[in-house]
Write a protein that binds this ligand. Structure first.
Ligand code: AP5
Ligand code: MG
Length: 185
């Protein structure tokens, strides 16, 4: 599940998990869990996240490999939410899965207008306390998205696994669009 900050990756992943009984791996959530423990690693992670920059790839790949191997062998599949975040992570994911005789099925790219992204994130900033939901950090997250994450779309287009999803509208409408794609798998 890919898309800019605030595009609805977490919201839609929760709905998909409910319907299809998949495991949900959000690298952002895993990083925030580590930060909440107050560990030294958490403090280091927050120094990247609160500025809107990506956490180094080796840290992410390490966290992810551990979680993939601890998943229930019977789970129907996995949604990666907010990962891969750059082309190096996409290559690492494909390699990691191939080594386990698994493969990705599809990249869903949630497309949302710029102003709507900012509105959603500022609204969430008023009720939740994420260190990155303030206007300066949101702007940097969007710059990083354009520079580092958007090229991941081309990576999946090249291997015929890319699907754009209109991410504007109500949560229900967007879920219907995603569901019509997922039914094919
Ligand atoms: P991450 O946690 O992945 O955050 P993000 O990409 O910035 O995206 P968000 O979680 O803010 O938004 P979302 O797309 O999940 O939308 P949501 O459903 O919450 O990453 C955070 C940071 O961690 C990164 O900046 C980086 O530092 C680090 N990181 C994470 N993964 C990494 C990786 N792989 N490599 C390196 N670093 C990594 O919706 C947003 C809001 O909008 C919510 O309040 C929601 O209720 C609302 N909303 C949702 N849908 C709608 C709708 N249709 N209409 C109105 N409101 C809506
Ligand atoms: Mg999220």
């Amino acid at each position: 599940m890919c898309g800019a900050p605030g595009s609805g990756k977490g919201t839609q992943s929760d709905r998909i998990v409910e319907k299809y009984h998949l495991a949900h791996l959000s690298t952002g959530d895993l990083l925030r869990q580590e930060i909440a423990t107050g560990s030294e690693l958490g403090k280091l992670l927050d120094s990247f996240i609160s500025k809107g920059n990506l956490v180094p790839d080796d840290v992410i790949i390490d966290i992810l490999a551990k979680h993939i191997d601890s998943l229930d062998a019977d789970c129907a599949g996995v949604i990666f939410d907010g990962f891969p975040r750059n082309v190096a992570q996409a290559e690492a994911l494909e390699k990691m899965l191939a080594e386990r005789n698994e493969a990705t099925s599809v990249l869903l790219d949630l497309q949302v207008e710029h102003d709507e992204l900012i509105t959603r994130l500022l609204n969430r900033g008023k009720v939740q306390h994420r260190s990155d939901d303030n206007i300066d950090t949101i702007k940097q997250r969007l710059v990083v998205y354009e520079e580092k994450t958007r090229p991941v779309n081309d990576f999946y287009k090249n291997i015929n696994k890319y699907q754009a999803v209109d991410g504007m509208g109500t949560m229900e409408e967007i879920f219907e669009r995603i569901d019509s794609i997922l039914k094919q798998f």
